[in-house]
Design a protein. Structure first.
Length: 584
């Protein structure tokens, strides 16, 4: 949590002036009981009305100056805490964006959302309360004790006993509560993860009639969160009653002692009232301080969770000195490449060796989990190979700047993702300077021009997550977005799975006819989609079992032949069923 305070460096003035104005308010507040004592001992005792009026006006003046000081302190506290939270959010978001896929996979989406929202709000509230009250409450408490000793030393001894007891109680509860609130936030992560998963998969849940099961599972997670919150809340709630009990016992003792002192003529009635007022001030401030401790406890726990994210260092970094690729005839080369994901017990890829010339079209096929997507994700360096070398244009990808490397590549992932905004804005993710003409050209190649025209053109507003588009429309738009940047390498990671055969064939033909002739990687489950590729890589259990053209693989690769036969057999059966239906 301490390391996060560097984001207050631009608000040094506010963090100093806020407490200073609070201290000014405290000074005027501590003078009030003395003025009241004077009113009783001098004004009322001597029935001096003018003196009473002057003292009352002084009280009004003290109140007005104190109020002004309080408002000024709150303004500076709000400005500093809001600015702190703004800078911290920007830094956290930038840090998350710098993390590699490995770190993001480990953290999880639900955890990151919780830390960017709930945890961040708690930390902001804690900073605000710290600037406003952290110094005020202890100073009022100790200031009241010192002022009490100036009134009467013997009667004020009760302050010297009461205050250490109160701080011991607060410290004990603080030590117990901080770990509890950290566990509460972790339980909140689990509830948020469950909620997000259920909302995203609501159609599947209803299709399998699992509503009651999911409700029960959610209830269990939420019940665990509730129990933790109740336990932490019950301990925190002890602060106020314990404070009240200790202070009220002290007040009873003070009144009894004061009465005896007044009867003995050793102190005045005004002095007793002043001592009582100082004890009341301590009571009010310690109640505030107790609530402040609860807020700070939550804030520290949440701040530590945010700091945990900052402690995660990205494993994928641009090299200190980047290199420029030479004039290599090879677009991509793998040399004995292996990959093992973090926390995985076995390798996902093993011994991959192949070379791709510029302008070639490469098909990649294999069973589910064979490592097709893992292979292409090594090219833009989403993951680093744990063994071997991956080269682009003859240069190891580790020697490129990340931005330079990825600017050369147009990546279309398996899951089509579009963002809320116009179609033009989504297309310009590929190239911010892209003109409308270039965007329409990319849409034409991606077989999405007719869709865009039917939606009203480039100003068509896409809803969050592309909710107002079909799966095939989203895939065509994501392919167009990659084409807008005019990449040297185009990677289509099973990105045409929702397209019909005719559209898929037209898309591949249009890509082959592009004047820039990019090197194209096509991952597909259909042999028809990669049939005319210059080379086809056949994957099985993280290895390349064969490389060749369609015809050669049918002759020499059993895995490829089985995939081809199974798909053609299905197509033949479908054609036969269509013919039989036509006869009927």
């Amino acid at each position: 949590m301490k390391k996060l305070l560097i984001y207050l460096r631009d608000y040094k003035k506010e963090t100093i002036l806020g407490p200073l104005f609070k201290l000014l308010e405290v000074v005027f507040e501590l003078l009030v009981p003395l003025v009241i004592a004077k009113i009783i001992d001098v004004g009322i005792a001597n029935t001096d009305r003018s003196y009473i009026i002057r003292m009352c006006l002084l009280l009004v003046g003290l109140g007005a100056v104190g109020l002004t000081s309080s408002i000024t302190a709150q303004y500076y506290a709000a400005k500093a805490s809001a600015g702190f939270a703004k800078q911290l959010k920007h830094a956290l978001f930038a840090h998350i964006q710098s993390l590699s896929f490995s770190e993001l996979d480990t953290l999880g989406t639900a955890t990151m959302i919780t830390r960017m929202t709930s945890d961040m709000n708690q930390v902001q509230s804690g900073v605000n309360m710290t600037i406003r009250l952290l110094l005020r409450s202890p100073i009022v408490v100790f200031g009241a004790m010192i002022m009490a000793f100036t009134v009467d030393t013997r009667a004020a001894l009760v302050f010297a006993v009461t205050i250490p007891v109160l701080f011991a109680v607060i410290l004990a509860l603080l030590i117990v509560c901080i770990p509890l609130y950290k566990r509460v936030q972790s339980a909140l992560d689990r509830v948020l993860s469950s909620t997000r998963e259920n909302l995203a998969g609501v159609r599947v849940i209803r299709a399998f009639c699992k509503e009651n099961d999911e409700i029960e599972a959610f209830s269990l997670r939420h019940g665990a969160l509730t129990r933790l919150q109740l336990h932490a809340g019950n301990l925190s709630a002890l602060l106020n009653p314990l404070t009240y009990v200790i202070i009220n016992l002290a007040i009873l003792f003070l009144i009894q002692t004061g009465a005896i002192e007044v009867n003995g003529g050793r102190i005045t009635q005004g002095a007793v009232v002043a001592l009582y007022n100082y004890m009341s001030q301590i009571l009010v401030e310690l109640i505030k301080f107790a609530n402040l401790i609860i807020t700070l406890t939550k804030s520290v726990a949440c701040g530590n969770r945010i700091q945990d994210v900052f402690e995660i260092r990205p494993t994928l970094l641009s090299p200190a000195e980047t290199q420029t690729p030479g004039d290599s005839p090879l677009a991509v080369e793998f040399r004995q490449v292996g990959l093992r994901y973090r926390n995985s017990a076995s390798d996902s890829l093993t011994g991959l060796t192949f070379a791709i010339r510029r302008g070639e079209t490469i098909g990649i096929i294999g069973g589910t989990g064979s490592g097709k997507s893992s292979l292409v994700q090594l090219i833009p360096r989403f993951y680093d190979a744990t063994e071997g070398e991956v080269l682009v244009d003859g240069l190891n990808v580790r020697n490129y700047g990340l931005t330079d490397l990825r600017d050369r590549i147009g990546m279309v992932p398996q899951q089509a993702v579009l963002f809320q905004g116009t179609l033009r804005e989504n297309m310009q993710w590929g190239n911010l300077a892209a003109t409308d003409e270039e965007i329409w050209e990319a849409l034409t190649v991606a077989q999405a021009k007719a869709v865009a025209e039917g939606k009203g053109g480039l100003d068509f507003l896409i809803e969050q997550g592309g909710r107002n588009l079909s799966g095939g429309q989203m895939q065509r738009f994501t392919i167009a977005r990659a084409l807008v940047r005019q990449p040297e390498l185009l990677i289509l990671d099973d990105s045409a799975s929702a397209l019909d055969f005719a559209t898929d064939a037209a898309l591949r033909q249009a890509i082959r006819a592009m004047p820039r002739h990019p090197t194209v990687f096509i991952i597909s489950q259909r042999t028809s989609a990669i049939r005319y590729a210059d080379q086809i890589l056949v994957m099985d259990e993280g290895r390349i079992v064969a490389i060749g053209t369609h015809d050669k693989l049918l002759q020499f690769c059993q895995v490829y032949r089985e995939i081809y036969d199974s798909q053609n057999r299905k197509e033949s059966v479908a054609d036969e069923q269509t013919k039989q239906a036509a006869k009927i």
